[in-house]
Design a protein around this ligand. Structure first.
Ligand SMILES: Nc1ncnc2c1ncn2[C@@H]1O[C@H](COP(=O)(O)OP(=O)(O)OP(=O)(O)O)[C@@H](O)[C@H]1O
Length: 236
């Protein structure tokens, strides 16, 4: 196909993606996302900014396969999400996408150790949690986020900023095609926020990962290579 080069170098592509909410026949429809198209290259760090209600969360939900668009196409590393069954979409989210959410309290499983949280996506994909390569991967990532030796404790033994760093480690453990972050620093003080943003940037620079981050915060957005602004459901 003529688009093969674009597909190979794009981590994420949206083609005229719309998401409408509202009851059919009621005549009242909210257009949360209005024919949005974009190509996000492999190895880039993109911030999605815009006023409240502009469609940032809807963009992220549709792009990450957490919500199905009303129309249009979303591709992750060339795979059209619209062609996938619910089960296949769940597998794609687990194996090829990383997530960091806004609230550190929601990111980690309180009943698991920090180390177990980091390798959870691998275990959910069928890896043996006691296997040497799984344990090594968990340890390496904890070292990467500056938390060596802390893996045995529970998330409650960490500060909010440290918990978000563990969430970044977990989001990276599967070496995802795209790491999506939804206001990852909203609940953090500026120093902790800078550490988390530095880790995201490092994942792009050192490992060639692709990061798409929604944020209200211009300081957080300034860490990205590209800033996309949403307004009224459209990309400006
Ligand atoms: N389930 C829904 N039903 C109806 N309208 C919705 C629904 N979800 C979102 N919307 C509307 O779609 C628009 C975009 O919402 P969205 O949450 O994507 O914006 P946002 O930019 O992320 O806002 P914020 O920064 O406040 O989180 C808003 O007008 C919102 O009210």
């Amino acid at each position: 196909m003529g688009t093969s080069t674009a597909v190979r170098t794009a981590a994420l592509e949206l083609e005229s993606v719309s998401r409408r909410h509202g009851r059919r026949g009621s005549g009242r429809e909210a257009v949360a996302l209005d024919a949005v198209s974009c190509v996000i290259p492999v190895g880039s760090f993109t911030a999605v900014v815009g006023p409240s209600g502009s469609g940032k969360s809807t963009f992220l939900q549709c792009a990450a396969g957490l919500d199905r668009p009303s129309s249009g196409t979303v591709r992750i590393a060339g795979t059209d999400l619209g062609t996938l069954s619910e089960a296949a979409l769940t597998r794609l989210r687990r194996d090829r996408i990383g997530f960091v959410f806004q609230s550190h309290a929601l990111n980690l499983v309180a009943s698991l150790s920090i180390e177990e949280n980091v390798v959870l996506p691998l275990v959910l994909a069928g890896a043996d949690p006691g296997a040497a390569d799984v344990l090594d991967r968990g340890r390496l990532l904890l070292e990467r986020v500056g938390l060596s030796g802390r893996g045995g404790g529970g998330p409650a033994t960490l500060s909010g900023g440290e918990q978000q760093r563990v969430a970044v480690a977990r989001a990276l453990v599967t070496e995802p095609d795209v790491l999506f972050a939804d206001e990852p620093t909203a609940s953090l003080d500026p120093e902790s926020a800078a550490l988390v943003l530095g880790l995201l940037r490092e994942a792009v620079r050192l490992d060639g990962r692709t990061v798409v981050m929604v944020t209200h915060d211009p300081v957080a957005a300034s860490w990205a290579d590209t800033v996309m602004t949403m307004d009224g459901g459209r990309l400006r």
